[in-house]
Design a protein around this ligand. Structure first.
Ligand SMILES: O=C(O)c1cc(=O)[nH]c(=O)n1[C@@H]1O[C@H](COP(=O)(O)O)[C@@H](O)[C@H]1O
Length: 238
């Protein structure tokens, strides 16, 4: 049901937003590394630690370690070096930590001897213009996403996390090789939950996304593997 390309390089990254390792492994055991990658975020990593990440890597999954580091450059460099040593496929920092912090992150990864993709979060998909204003950030949300993405590229990172709503402008400004990882994905008629800037899976790819981060629409489905297959099928048609 999936295209050959989806099998070689799965576009969907399933967010394992679980409270403990057994719940995360139960889902990982139902899914298939040829159909998706897995994202381990703050909740699961804090509860289950590096051992779970290594277990998922050993099962053949590409793992996105989503710890969104944001600290002084030296601390972020060391954290990125340690994260890269786990053999993950991708890891991330917050672009708002600034270019020197991102450059330090890149150096940390290089020291690890591994070569994961290193990306930076621009503006979280749960945020809207009103939240931006309350933080005193001037201009439009899209201006700020573009500013942070340019800084990320200047720091030599591989790409950004952004909403697929911003993907067209980032793709045309930053080029074909810059990786755009987009959460806030909702199949038509799915609940928005706490997301604000949402796009359907097929539209996200049409708009220039490289990878789609999808959590609850798969993890809370009655049949997660079928939900994943349905989305892979939808995107194989574009
Ligand atoms: O870095 C992320 O992955 C991320 C960035 C962002 O701007 N918005 C966002 O939702 N995420 C993550 O993407 C996942 C989305 O999950 P669902 O809303 O359940 O699909 C969660 O694990 C979030 O932590």
């Amino acid at each position: 049901m999936t295209t050959p390309d989806t099998k070689i390089n799965p576009k969907i990254v399933v967010a394992l937003d679980y409270a403990d390792a057994p719940s995360a492994l139960a889902l990982a055991n139902q899914l298939d590394p040829s159909q998706c990658r897995l994202k381990v975020g703050k909740e699961l990593f804090t509860a289950a630690g590096p051992q779970l990440v290594e277990t998922l890597v050993d099962k053949g999954y590409g793992v996105f370690l989503d710890l969104k580091f944001h600290d002084i450059p030296n601390t972020v460099a060391k954290a990125c070096e340690a994260a890269a040593r786990l053999g993950v496929w991708m890891l991330n920092v917050h672009a708002s930590g600034g270019q020197p912090m991102m450059e330090a992150a890149k150096e940390g990864v290089a020291k690890s001897g591994h070569q994961p993709l290193l990306i930076a979060v621009t503006i979280l998909t749960s945020m809207d213009q009103q939240v931006m204003q309350s933080l005193g950030i001037p201009g439009t949300l899209q201006d700020q996403v573009l500013r942070l993405a340019r800084l990320t590229q200047a720091a030599g990172l591989d790409g950004v996390v952004c909403s697929a709503q911003e993907a067209p402008v980032l793709r045309s400004t930053l080029g074909e090789n810059f990786c755009l990882v987009t959460p806030g994905i909702r199949p038509r008629n799915a609940s928005l939950d706490d997301q604000s800037r949402v796009v359907t899976p097929a539209d996200a790819l049409r708009q220039g996304s490289s990878y789609l981060v999808i959590g609850r629409p798969i993890t809370r489905a009655a049949d997660p593997l079928q939900a994943l297959r349905d989305i892979n099928h939808e995107i194989s048609l574009i």
